[in-house]
Design a protein around this ligand. Structure first.
Ligand code: SF4
Length: 471
């Protein structure tokens, strides 16, 4: 029996569309969830994983499968439904799982044969059994799995071409920030994989650079930190010579032993969500956890830098407190903090978040022609109205922010700073040039693809204003 597991084209990170922007290969992540599902699939199935972000396939010219499984983040949902229609027209049953199908299960149920909500691994063997017996149900609800039971991901099923391999060591987050759906999807309890399983899987990944996809690699308690330190010791002992990056909180800077172990275990960089330049902003999005009284961000980041670890900082534009000049404010803060690369996102009400409920009840969602408009929910595109900034002003502020931070003098300054600290500036330079090139590209697309050609998605006054200002 033939099973296709498909990761649809993601408008944000598709290498297919961005061949001309070759450096985008740094933003294509492996579809790890599908690799794990493949690991749970019995040997009588021949599994093919299709990642449309690395290569679009013409399904009409591929052997007709017995079953298709599709995963999707919200921004991929529209494409997922197009793929589902294509296979269903050929009488191939289609299953859809992942975070979007979980949060919008009714919408998905209208377009596929079976929807899996939650963590699919917990019900995948049962679902395949039901399929074999001709009794596959329309809806399966996955539960939060004991991660001891998660098999090794089938990294061997994907072709070369990725810059980063990927791996997961933990799931869940108790912090429940208003814009984030991790707590709703993976639960509020921090669950970890056995260290030996993680090390074994590290060994199987052929890419030299690895992304640890955990939403917060270091966790939030002493117990979490103890696990991470043990994992890092095991990595050092295994001598795998891999380089890796991970998402963490700024609290990593407070633990010198953790920093030392991370650097020795191959940590090249960390991604930290600062989100707002002010405590009011952090309170607005329920991210009080990182508001440590009296923290000097510059000193904290210097402590991370001392270990040769690059810091990519992320901020959000579109909070209710954000006003004109927020672009400059963020660029200034990022420079004051001495972060190495800056990532700016728009506040995006993703389905299943507290933010979605708020924005929906306040009638502030402006990209609302669903499912078509899900493709704009990439976090790089304003899809909801902001209290003090128009749609166009949000784009403008982001542009100002990036143009300020990624000016050539700014980039050169950061490279020199790295050299002075006797660390290689190569990665920093690549990341900075990548952001400079790609963010300008995204902004251009925002004007041409979204509004000027398809103005009906925006409410009329905003559209008219945008047209006038762009013209
Ligand atoms: S943004 Fe990070 S800290 Fe907040 S809920 Fe999501 S995973 Fe947890």
């Amino acid at each position: 029996m033939i099973l296709y597991l498909i990761n649809p084209d993601n408008p944000l990170v598709s290498m297919v569309k961005s061949r001309e922007y070759r450096w985008n290969r740094y933003s294509v992540w492996k579809p790890l969830g599908l690799l794990v599902i493949a690991g749970l699939t019995p040997p009588e199935w021949t599994v093919t994983i299709v990642d449309e972000n690395i290569k679009r396939r013409d399904y009409a010219f591929m052997p007709t499968p017995d079953l298709v499984g599709i995963t999707a983040f919200t921004s991929q949902a529209n494409r997922a439904y197009v793929i589902a229609r294509e296979f269903r027209e050929r009488n191939v049953p289609v299953i859809m799982g992942g975070i979007h199908a979980t949060m919008c299960s009714n919408e998905a149920l209208e377009r596929v044969d079976t929807v899996v909500t939650g963590e699919a691994e917990s019900i995948w063997p049962k679902l395949l059994d039901d399929f074999r017996q001709g009794s596959m149900k329309p809806l399966y609800a996955g539960t939060h799995l004991n991660l001891k039971k998660v098999p090794t991901a089938r990294h061997d099923l994907l072709p070369d071409g990725y810059f980063f391999g990927s791996i997961q060591t933990s799931r869940g987050c108790p912090l429940s920030c208003s814009f984030c759906s991790v707590t709703a999807f993976n639960g509020g309890k921090y669950r970890r994989r056995p260290i030996e399983n993680v090390i074994d899987e590290f060994r199987l990944i052929k890419e030299k650079n690895i992304l640890i996809v955990d939403d917060n690699f270091i966790g939030i308690s002493k117990e979490h930190l103890a696990y991470v330190k043990d994992l890092l010791r095991a990595l050092i002992k295994a001598r795998l010579h891999k380089k890796w990056v991970a998402q963490v909180t700024i609290n990593m800077a407070d633990d010198e032993e953790l920093l030392t172990l991370a650097a020795q275990a191959g940590c090249e960089g960390v991604f930290i969500g600062f989100e707002s330049t002010s405590n009011e902003g952090l309170e607005e999005i329920d991210k009080r956890y990182i508001m440590k009284k009296g923290r000097n961000m510059k000193d904290s980041i210097r402590r991370i830098h001392r270990h040769g670890i690059i810091v990519v900082g992320s901020f959000i534009i579109g909070l209710d407190i954000d006003k004109a000049e927020i672009g400059h404010d963020i660029a200034d803060k990022a420079r004051q903090y001495d972060i190495d690369a800056l990532n700016v996102m728009f506040l995006t009400p993703l389905p299943g978040t507290k933010l979605w409920d708020k924005m929906f009840s306040e009638n502030r969602i402006i990209a609302d022609n669903f499912p078509h408009d899900w493709q704009y929910y990439t976090l790089t595109f304003p899809v909801a109205s902001c209290m003090h900034l128009s749609w166009y002003e949000m784009l403008k502020e982001k542009n100002i922010c990036y143009r300020t931070f990624y000016s050539y003098p700014g980039i050169i300054g950061r490279v020199l700073h790295m050299l002075l600290n006797r660390h290689s500036p190569l990665h920093l330079l690549v990341i900075n040039l990548w952001y400079r090139k790609n963010t300008l590209h995204v902004d251009r697309q925002a004007y041409t693809n979204y509004d000027l050609k398809r103005g009906h998605a925006l409410s009329q006054p905003v559209h008219v204003k945008l047209k006038r200002e762009v013209a």
